[in-house]
Design a protein around this ligand. Structure first.
Ligand code: AOF
Ligand code: ZN
Length: 351
């Protein structure tokens, strides 16, 4: 039994190093194996730059004098189907064919219209042995943001909130209320660093005055997205600090002021979550984490526009206040974090 799993696992590890840097492209890792030994590896490191296979082949070429000979006896493992098109880079399938690598093991197909099986076909036609679907579930999960974008023309949507033991967000709409502590905050900053955008509604912007950036974690800050129908928010709020690109959805103007982009929606009474998500898609935003408030989260839940929910469940009780929404997700997982006396509940909709 060949070590397909072991090498694809390595591809996945390598691929995830690109997290936060390759969007809206997928994260991809590749490993080249000769006689059950890794002789080269690579991953897609930055949007617009070399694909995983190119970096893996180059690592063999720079490390071994007899590289071409070795490649002709090797297997290349790659977490996503090698591309077949001329994008910002030439087709990876051609590269594999050119170096006469005789065997390719692929994690999952690339649904991107210009690839979508054409990479596999090209390899087959060149007489290369192709094995597909090794660790497919894991490969699909890793690039769930990319697949959602390509297949649904919208970003991958993560809902995040904190709730009391008795199912409330906060005592009322106008008070800032902390359920989670330091450990949770660190985690939220990590989560933000992994997504392209973070979105809040008007009330959260006003009451919490969040910065929505990444401070307690190393990584880049996502774009900020704000819904402020009548542009009522004060520009003294942190979200208007011009430090990070911020999109403001409203019904009054489409305009750019420094890093603040105003985008007017024609009909603010209908389909607001859908329109906003489509606009984010057009702006190449591949994923968004929605951090509140209650009304905003509910509007996305009611329109069934979400893929994953990450809920901090505290042990405080409130007795009354703003109720949390009810969601029907799958794969409900719970675990404790740090010393916050807090549980995280993960739910996903599709996998
Ligand atoms: C691969 N290996 O490492 C990645 C692939 O504009 P380009 O040239 O960067 O092409 C982007 C598309 O290529 C992207 O939408 C996806 O279908 C595929 N990404 N393919 O063979 C890689 N990152
Ligand atoms: Zn490629």
């Amino acid at each position: 039994m060949p070590n397909h799993h072991k090498y694809l696992q390595r591809c996945l590890e390598l691929a995830s190093l690109g997290m936060g840097y390759v969007s809206p492209n997928p994260m991809v890792g590749a490993v080249i194996v000769h006689n059950d030994t890794i002789i080269g590896e690579g991953y897609h490191q930055k949007y617009g730059e070399a694909h995983a296979e190119v970096n893996a082949v180059n690592s063999v070429l720079t490390k071994h004098d007899n590289a071409e000979e070795l490649l002709r006896e090797s297997t290349i493992y790659v977490s996503l189907e090698p591309c077949a098109h001329y994008g910002k880079t030439p087709p990876c399938a051609d590269l594999i064919i050119k170096h006469r690598i005789p065997k390719v093991v692929i994690g999952c197909r690339d649904p991107f219209l210009q690839v979508n099986g054409k990479g596999i076909e090209k390899l087959h036609d060149a007489g290369i042995e192709v094995i597909t679907g090794v660790m497919e579930k894991e490969c699909l999960a890793l690039n769930r943001r990319f697949f959602t974008r390509v297949q649904k023309q919208r970003p991958y949507i993560i809902l995040k909130w904190a709730q009391t033991q008795d199912g409330f967000f906060a005592p009322d709409n106008d008070s800032q209320y902390w359920i989670s502590g330091l450990e949770a905050r660190k985690l939220v900053h990590k989560w933000r660093s992994e997504e392209d955008a973070v979105l809040v509604g008007k009330n959260t912007a006003r009451v919490d005055n969040p910065q929505l950036n990444v401070r307690d974690w190393e990584g880049r800050s996502p774009k900020r997205v704000l819904i402020d129908r009548r542009l009522e928010l004060s520009h003294d709020l942190n979200l208007f600090d011009q430090l990070v690109e911020t999109l403001v959805f409203n019904e009054i103007k489409t305009d750019i002021e420094g890093k603040i982009k105003y985008i007017a929606l024609e009909d603010f009474d209908n389909y607001v979550p859908q329109y906003i998500m489509f606009q984010l898609y057009l702006q190449d935003i591949q994923s968004v984490i929605i951090e509140g408030g209650a009304a905003t989260l509910k509007s996305f839940i009611e329109t069934d526009l979400w893929d994953e929910a990450r809920i901090f469940a505290g042990n405080k009780t409130l007795g009354s206040g703003i109720q949390i929404p009810v969601i029907k997700g799958f794969n409900k997982e719970k675990y404790k974090i740090g010393d916050d006396d807090l549980e995280i509940i993960y739910q996903t909709k599709t996998h």
